[in-house]
Design a protein around this ligand. Structure first.
Ligand code: ZN
Ligand code: ZN
Length: 167
């Protein structure tokens, strides 16, 4: 038979054990605060990553659209530059004498039209070609048609082929 003292201390021990066990159990329980239910807690990061992914997708689409627009603009500019280049070449051809390749000038290198065929060359070249034909006419260097004239200075001027003054 255990003595009264031993029984008492055992009861005391059991009581302390019970309290300790409750404390251990309580410490494992979720903290009872005003935080949202567990399911919502898991959903928040998922939702955030969903929104993030949507934003990233939109941003990527925007970037792609911008790149396409840039490429379009670049190709348009390149095409326009090509056209301008070709026009400049043609303008250079039109505003230059096809024999001496010098640019026409209103007083120094006057463009003159050969009245028989309509082709235009500069007065300097006409004078040289005139001498070749014994000062009787000018043989067109483009189509070989002979415009008969004794005075090349009287041939019509063609000022429409004069170079345009730079703006
Ligand atoms: Zn010429
Ligand atoms: Zn001609």
């Amino acid at each position: 038979m255990p003595s009264e003292k031993v029984r008492k201390s055992r009861t005391e021990f059991e009581k302390r054990e019970k309290i300790a066990a409750r404390q251990r159990r309580d410490s494992k329980l979720p903290v009872p605060t005003g935080s949202p239910p567990r399911t919502t807690v898991i959903d928040v990061p998922e939702l955030k990553s969903k929104i993030f992914a949507q934003r990233m997708e939109k941003l990527q689409q925007k970037l792609v659209a911008e790149q396409i627009e840039k490429a379009k603009m670049k190709s348009t500019i390149e095409a326009q530059e090509k056209i301008i280049g070709r026009l400049n070449e043609q303008l250079e051809d039109i505003t230059s004498c096809s024999v001496c390749l010098q640019r026409y000038h209103a007083t120094d290198r006057i463009p003159k039209m050969l009245s028989r065929c309509g082709h235009t060359i500069c007065i300097e070249c006409i004078n040289r070609l005139h001498a070749l034909l014994g000062y009787q006419g000018v043989k067109c260097p483009t189509c070989a048609t002979i415009t008969h004239t004794a005075i090349p200075d009287l041939l019509p001027k063609n000022y429409s082929v004069l170079p345009i003054d730079p703006i």
